[in-house]
Design a protein around this ligand. Structure first.
Ligand code: BGC
Length: 857
C-alpha cells in the first residue's frame, strides 16, 4: 500500500490557521517528560523524544526496559569513519522505533574544548571538522529511517559546572570558525529535524541571555542565515521566561507540563508582547518535525504507528562490537606485541580495577540500561583457546566511594525479608503505600503517588566480619538518618530541579561512619526519613545511597598480589581507567589523573612482566606518566555493551584497532592549553580563541604524550604522492611549490586531494589519511595547522590504495567580523597529508592571490 501524500507547508499552515490561540500555544510545551501534545484537528499524533547518544534510552515508562548500549561518541569518533557513523545512526533509528521513539536527542556537537569537560565522552572531538563530519553521517543514518535527530546543545555549551547559569564569552570569529562550525556543517550536510538550545548562554558583548532567549543566535543565525526550518527545543527545564524565550526563537518547551508558556504566553500574545505569527511559525516547525517522523495524518485521523523489526538482533550486537573494536587506538606497540599470537600464550593475567568492573558508558542523561554486557573477562575467556589459563586480579580499587550495601546484609525488621523497606507517608504521617527493595541504592522517580510526601526507609544491617566497616550514606534534599534510634545525619537542601541538573541526585555527597565489629556479629538498625523532592518539570523523587566498605586487603596488598600474578603469566593485560565517579554529565573534572592507585599498579605490573599490554578504559584523556615504558598501550574508550568481545577481537587479531585519537593526549597537566572548564563569576572565558585542541598544542609548540590523529595499526603505510585539484583540474604538483589560482574557495566546492599509498607492512589494514591546512601567518590570526579533510582506506599487504579527500572551501576561510561574511585571506597555504597532526608525509603549496579569490559579491 502506498503511503498517502504528506501535507506540504502550505497545507500545514492552513490547518494551523483553523486553530484558536490557546490550542496552538498548548502544542508548544511537552505533554509529558518525553512526549509532545497530540492535536486531532491537525492530524497530529504525539511525537516522542528520548535521549541518546550512547543508544536510545527510551521513555522510562518501564523500569525494566533495556536497550542497545553503543560505545560512547568519543569512541565512535576515534574510527574517523563516516560510513560507520552512518550505520550506527540507522541502528539508533531501529532501536528508537522499537521503543516508540520518534526523535533521538543526539548527536552532541559541542567540542572538547578542555580535556576536563564533564561530558567530554559525549562529544566527538576537539576538532570542529571531525565533529561535524561524523555528526552529519550519524544524522543521515538516523533520519534515513524517518527518526529525527536533535542536534545539541546549541551553542558553546562545552562545560558542565553551573551549566544552567554560566555564559560563554567568545569573540565572533571563534564562535563562527570553531563552535558554530559543526552545527553549520551538520545543518548543511544532513538537515537535522530539530536542534536543542543549551542551558548556558553566549555573552557576545551585546547580549547575555540564556540560549533559550538568544534572538541573535536562534533567530538571526540559526533560522535566518543557516536556514534551519525545524523546531528549537529547550534543553530539559531550561526555559526560565515567557516573552523573552518566545520572542528569542525557542519553539518548544521541554519537558512538560511546564508553567513558563501556556496561559502566560497566551496572555502575552493578547497583550501584544508576542506576535501571533511567531506562534504560528513555531507550530509549523513542530508540524514539520511530525511530518518527517510520520506523526501527521489527515485532520481527524491518526497515522499508523511506526513499526520496527523485533530485536535486538545478532547483527546489531555485531555492529556495536565492530564500532568498539575499530575505534580502539593502539598508541604504542613495541615488538608488535599486539595482536597476541594465541599459540605462544599459555596464560594471561587480566589485571586492574576496570578489568573487574569495566566502565562501559558515561553517566547522566545519556545512560542506557544495557540489554546485555560483555565484560573484558567474559570477552577474553570466550575468545582464548580453552587451555589458556586466564586469571583476574583487581589490583586495588579505583573508586573512592565504596560499593552499595549488599542486600544479603540487609533485612526488613518487620517482615524479615532481605532488603530495605520503604513506607510511603502523607504530609501528616499516614501510610499510603510501600515496597521492599533488595539493594542499598534507593533512588526512586515517581514510584509513589502524588499524596506521598515522605518516604521512610527501614532496615537492619548485620555485619559478621570482624574489623572496621565503613558505612557511607548519601541522601538529597531534606532528610534525617538514624542509627539504632539516634539521629546521625540530616540535610535540608531545598533546591529543586538543580539537584537533577547538576547530577547531585545520582551523586549525593556521602557522609561516613566507621563501625567496629568484634568476634560477635553486630546488628544495626537504620532508619532514613526522606522528604520527596519536587523538582518541577521532572518527576518527583527521593535518593538514598547506602554504601559499604568491609574490612579487606589494602590497595598495596592487592597491587602486590596482581604484580605476582603478572610475573607468573605469559602476558599481562592491565585495564585501568575512569568510572562513574569521574566521567559524567553534571560536573567537570578538576584533574586528569587516573583515580586512586592505578599508576602504581601499572608500574608494578610493567616491572613484573615485559609482555604487558596496558588498556585504558576511559572516554576522555587521563595522564599516563608511565606511557613510555608500556610495551603496548591501547585506548579502549567507554566501549558499550560489547566491550569484552571488542577487546578480545583486537588483542587476538580478529579486528584491527584502526582508531586515531580524536583529541590530543597530554603528557603533563601543566601543558594542557585549557586546564579548567569551570566558570569564573558566571563566565566561561574562551580566551584561547580559535586555537582549540591540537591547534593550541601546535601554536604553543608543546609536545603531547600522543598527538591528535595518532594511532597505529597492524601494518605500515608509505605515503607516495599527492595531487590537488579544484573544480577546474589539477592545481599543484606534489612536493613542490606551485602558484595556482585557487578557484573561488568561498563559493566553490573546495578541493579534491588524491593520495597514493602502499601498504608496506605484513597484514591487510586500514589507514585514516588526514589532510591539514597550514594557512599564511602574516594576515589575520590563524591556526598553525587545521584539520582540512580525512578519509579511511583499506589495502591488503603489499597493495597500493588511493585515498580521495575533500577539503572544503571553508578550511581556507576566516569570518570577517567587519563585513559579517566569510573571506579567504590571500597568501601561501600549505596542504600537508599524513597519519596524524604531527606525522605529515606529503605536502603541496598553494598561493591564493588577492584578485580572483574572493567570493563573488
Ligand atoms: C541534558 C540533555 C538531555 C536532557 C534530557 C539535559 O539535562 O543536557 O542532553 O537531552 O537533559 O534528558
Amino acid at each position: 500500500m502506498s503511503r498517502p501524500a504528506l501535507p506540504d507547508d502550505t497545507e500545514l499552515a492552513d490547518r494551523i490557521r483553523a486553530l484558536d490561540l490557546e490550542s496552538k500555544v498548548r502544542l508548544l510545551t511537552g505533554a509529558t517528560m518525553w512526549s509532545l501534545p497530540a492535536e486531532p484537528r491537525l492530524g497530529l499524533s504525539a511525537v516522542t523524544m528520548s535521549d541518546g547518544p550512547q543508544g536510545v534510552r527510551g521513555t522510562g515508562g518501564d523500569p525494566a526496559a533495556t536497550g542497545l548500549l553503543a560505545p560512547a561518541p568519543s569512541a565512535l569518533a576515534a574510527a574517523w569513519d563516516t560510513e560507520l557513523a552512518e550505520r550506527l545512526g540507522t541502528l539508533f533509528a531501529t532501536e528508537a522505533r522499537r521503543k516508540g521513539v520518534d526523535v533521538v536527542l543526539a548527536p552532541v556537537v559541542n567540542l572538547q574544548r578542555t580535556p576536563v569537560a564533564g561530558r567530554h565522552f559525549e562529544y566527538f572531538s576537539e576538532d570542529p571538522l571531525l565533529t561535524g563530519t561524523l555528526a552529519a553521517a550519524l544524522v543521515r543514518g538516523l533520519q534515513s529511517r524517518d527518526v529525527g535527530a536533535c542536534l545539541k546543545h546549541f551553542v558553546a555549551n562545552d562545560s558542565e559546572t553551573d551549566r544552567t547559569l554560566y555564559r560563554s564569552q567568545l569573540d565572533e570569529r571563534t564562535l563562527r570558525e570553531v563552535y558554530l562550525a559543526p552545527f553549520e556543517q551538520v545543518l548543511a550536510e544532513a538537515e537535522p529535524w530539530s536542534v536543542m538550545a543549551a542551558y548556558s548562554g553566549v555573552d557576545d558583548g551585546t547580549a547575555s541571555a540564556p540560549m533559550t532567549e538568544n534572538a541573535r543566535l536562534l533567530r538571526e543565525v540559526l533560522k535566518g542565515e543557516l536556514g534551519f526550518a525545524g523546531p528549537v527545543v529547550s534543553d530539559w527545564a531550561a526555559t526560565r521566561s515567557t516573552v523573552a524565550s518566545a520572542v528569542g526563537g525557542l519553539d518548544l518547551v521541554m519537558p512538560g507540563p511546564d508553567p513558563q508558556w501556556g496561559v502566560p504566553l497566551v496572555e502575552a500574545v493578547r497583550a501584544g508582547e508576542v506576535d501571533e505569527r511567531l506562534i504560528d511559525d513555531k507550530v509549523l516547525r513542530l508540524l514539520r518535525l511530525a511530518r518527517n517522523t510520520g506523526r501527521i495524518a489527515e485532520p481527524g485521523q491518526s497515522p499508523p504507528p511506526p513499526t520496527a523489526p523485533a530485536g535486538p538482533a545478532e547483527e546489531e550486537f555485531r555492529l556495536l562490537r565492530e564500532v568498539a573494536a575499530r575505534g580502539m587506538v593502539l598508541l604504542r606497540n613495541q615488538s608488535d606485541l599486539v595482536p597476541l599470537a594465541p599459540e605462544a600464550v599459555r596464560s594471561v593475567a587480566l589485571i586492574g580495577p576496570n578489568a573487574v568492573t569495566p566502565y562501559l558508558q558515561g553517566g547522566g542523561s545519556a545512560y542506557v540500561p544495557a540489554v546485555r554486557t560483555v565484560s573484558f573477562e567474559e570477552g577474553l575467556r570466550a575468545a582464548l583457546p580453552e587451555d589458556v589459563h586466564l586469571s583476574v586480579h583487581r589490583g586495588g580499587d579505583s573508586r573512592l566511594r565504596p560499593p552499595y550495601l549488599s542486600a544479603a546484609l540487609l533485612t526488613d525488621p518487620e517482615t524479615g525479608t532481605a532488603g530495605v523497606r520503604a513506607d510511603h507517608l502523607t504530609a501528616d504521617g499516614g501510610r499510603v503505600g510501600g515496597e521492599i527493595r533488595p539493594c542499598g541504592n534507593w533512588s526512586g522517580y515517581g514510584d509513589f503517588g502524588p499524596e506521598t510526601h515522605r518516604v521512610v526507609l527501614h532496615t537492619v544491617l548485620t555485619l559478621t566480619e570482624p574489623g572496621t566497616h565503613r558505612l557511607e550514606i548519601g541522601c538529597v534534599g531534606r532528610y534525617q538518618v538514624s542509627i539504632d534510634d539516634e539521629e546521625v545525619l540530616s540535610g535540608d537542601d531545598d533546591r529543586g530541579v538543580e539537584l537533577i541538573l547538576d547530577s547531585t541526585h545520582s551523586n549525593p555527597p556521602l557522609r561516613g561512619i566507621d563501625l567496629e565489629v568484634g568476634p560477635q556479629p553486630r546488628r544495626i538498625t537504620l532508619a532514613i526519613d526522606l522528604t520527596v523532592v519536587e523538582p518541577g518539570g521532572y518527576d518527583r523523587f527521593v535518593t538514598a545511597q547506602l554504601r559499604h566498605a568491609p574490612p579487606g586487603p589494602t590497595p598495596y596488598e592487592e597491587i602486590a598480589e596482581a604484580a605476582a600474578a603478572a610475573q607468573a603469566a605469559d602476558v599481562a593485560v592491565v585495564v585501568v581507567g575512569t568510572n562513574e565517579e569521574v566521567e559524567s554529565e553534571g560536573w567537570d573534572r578538576t584533574a586528569l589523573d587516573l583515580p586512586a592507585h592505578q599508576n602504581e599498579l601499572v608500574r608494578k605490573v610493567l616491572a613484573a612482566n615485559p609482555r604487558t599490554i596496558v588498556v585504558v578504559n576511559a572516554g576522555a584523556p587521563v595522564l599516563l606518566p608511565w606511557a613510555d615504558e608500556a610495551p603496548a598501550l591501547l585506548w579502549a574508550w567507554l566501549p558499550g555493551q560489547e566491550a569484552g568481545h571488542a577487546l578480545a577481537d583486537v588483542l587476538l587479531g580478529r579486528i584491527e584497532p584502526s582508531g586515531r585519537l580524536p583529541w590530543t593526549l597530554p603528557a603533563r597537566a601543566e601543558d594542557v592549553p585549557v586546564p579548567d572548564a569551570r566558570p569564573r563569576d558566571g563566565i566561561v572565558h574562551y580566551g584561547e580563541g580559535i586555537h582549540v585542541g591540537h591547534r593550541a598544542w601546535d601554536k604553543g609548540g608543546l609536545v603531547p604524550a600522543f598527538p591528535f590523529g595518532h594511532g597505529l595499526g597492524w601494518t605500515r603505510w608509505s605515503y607516495e604522492s599527492l595531487t590537488v585539484s579544484g573544480p577546474y583540474g589539477p592545481l599543484a604538483v606534489p612536493q613542490s611549490s606551485v602558484s595556482a589560482n585557487l578557484p573561488d574557495p568561498a563559493g566553490g566546492d573546495g578541493l579534491k586531494l588524491t593520495v597514493d599509498l602502499t601498504n608496506t607492512g605484513p597484514r591487510a589494514g586500514r589507514e585514516v589519511v588526514q589532510a591539514y591546512l597550514e594557512p599564511p601567518q602574516d594576515g589575520p590570526d590563524r591556526p598553525v595547522r587545521l584539520l582540512a579533510g580525512f578519509t579511511v582506506i583499506r589495502a591488503t599487504a603489499g597493495d597500493r590504495a588511493t585515498a580521495d579527500l575533500h577539503v572544503p572551501a571553508r578550511a581556507f576561510q576566516v569570518w570577517d567580523t567587519d563585513t559579517g561574511r566569510w573571506r579567504t585571506p590571500p597568501g601561501r597555504y600549505r596542504l600537508r597529508v599524513g597519519r596524524s597532526s604531527r606525522d605529515l608525509r606529503l605536502m603541496a603549496e598553494l598561493v591564493v592571490d588577492d584578485g580572483g579569490l574572493h567570493a563573488a559579491a
